[in-house]
Write a protein that binds this ligand. Structure first.
Ligand SMILES: [Ca+2]
Length: 404
């Protein structure tokens, strides 16, 4: 398929330009899920999972039918979007000699830092999977106004991960990260406890949003990633749906019929993480938990939009939703991701903007887009100057792709 990447996004955003020229600079919230497949939403055909809030977000924005991740595995995909570069350029992957550290230059050119330079308040919330410059992630801690993250897998209960999350009242991952997001966004004293009780190791990197500035928040889940499904719904404080939802609908969950695997000199099942070697009842249980996790993410989107209304920011906030990669559930005889099968690389991506004219909303666009296009698009939508070192395409770019 030929790629007509930015034109679809451009069509959406060109409609915004005249409005934006008269409006204050919009806020941007980017919600990033983990290992969530394209077909995991009700609107993309999941037979069980209900996603009313994501479906509504797409209905009021635009949805990309052909959004793909060029490095479909957690760390490299996140690095590609954070830096706005291809893996061959930022060298975050499994075959390069970078030790998987984002360079100082790539960090300075990341979408969060460029928007900071443009006057934005910045937040990085949740899963962090690639070191920034050094083992302590020093530039991230020193430059991002609200840097509230855990490295690697977070687990379903955040406080088990480490003391950085001890100040949360809610321990289930999605609800805890919503609490943190609200602590950042909401003015007033209600979340004083969050800042006052923060562990000393992270206290200095947690600053409240400056209401005089526009904000950009990158919110990263480690769900429905299977590494965080264990313990789901096991604690009294967990929302009940994590342990009960869809229990009576398990028979409608679809399991792959395909048994053929790849040649053993390519990859064997034994080389995959144990949580990807699933068949039969274990696979069914995992898909049930995945459906509950996706419902939780959908609930987050609903809560976030209510919060924005309450804060009076809903009419000036763009929301981007995407997943870092898809997942194989036994199709082609394998599990996990990385492999460039559609199940692994195809992701749900949508952009909601309050500036989109009503007659432009609810469209499902067929143009081929990739994760790296997101930061370039953000720059276009907030009228900030993206760096020429971005690999993705922004609305102001010429029609032809430039080799970068
Ligand atoms: Ca992932």
């Amino acid at each position: 398929m030929m790629r007509f990447p930015i034109h679809s996004i451009l069509l959406v955003l060109s409609c915004l330009t005249s409005t934006l020229l008269a409006a204050p600079r919009p806020n941007v919230i980017f919600v990033f899920s983990d290992d969530q497949r394209f077909d995991s939403l009700a609107m993309t055909g999941d037979p069980v999972t209900q996603t009313p809030n994501l479906d509504q977000l797409a209905q009021e924005g635009v949805f990309f039918n052909n959004a793909f991740i060029t490095s479909p595995i957690c760390g490299p995909s996140r690095a590609n979007i954070f830096t706005g570069q291809w893996e061959r350029r930022n060298r975050i992957g499994f075959t390069h000699m970078s030790n998987n550290f984002v360079s100082r230059e790539a960090f300075a050119n990341s979408f969060l830092m460029q928007l900071k330079q443009a006057g934005y308040s910045t937040a990085f919330v949740g899963k962090h999977h690639t070191k920034i410059v050094d083992r302590a992630n020093t530039p991230l801690r020193q430059n991002i106004d609200f840097a509230y993250f855990g490295e690697g897998h977070l687990g379903f209960h955040l406080a088990k991960k480490g003391k950085a999350f001890f100040n949360l009242k809610k321990q289930s991952q999605i609800e805890g990260l919503f609490e943190a997001t609200e602590a950042y966004l909401r003015p007033g004293n209600e979340f004083d406890y969050f800042f006052e009780n923060a562990d000393l190791s992270v206290k200095e990197q947690l600053k409240r949003r400056d209401p005089a500035k526009p904000f950009v928040a990158w919110i990263n889940f480690n769900l429905p990633h299977q590494a965080s499904l264990g313990g789901m719904g096991s604690r009294p404080g967990d929302p009940k749906f994590y342990s009960t939802l869809y229990e009576d609908e398990k028979s409608r969950i679809v399991l792959p019929a395909e048994k053929l695997g790849l040649p053993t000199d390519v990859i064997t099942v034994e080389e995959m993480e144990p949580y990807y070697r699933l068949t039969g009842k274990r696979l069914l249980d995992t898909k049930l938990k995945t459906a509950r996790a996706v419902y939780g993410i959908d609930d987050f989107i609903g809560s976030l939009r209510k919060l924005l209304v309450e804060l009076g920011e809903d009419s000036n906030t763009i929301i981007v939703f995407c997943s870092d990669n898809g997942l194989l559930y036994g199709e082609h005889g394998i599990g996990g991701k990385t492999m460039l099968y559609e199940e692994s690389a195809h992701v749900p991506m949508m952009i909601y903007s309050p500036f989109l004219p009503k007659n432009q909303t609810g469209r499902r666009l067929d143009a081929l887009v990739v994760g790296q296009d997101i930061p370039a698009t953000d720059f276009g939508s907030v009228r900030a100057e993206g760096s020429s070192r971005l690999s993705g395409e922004k609305p102001a770019a010429p029609a032809g792709r430039q080799a970068r």
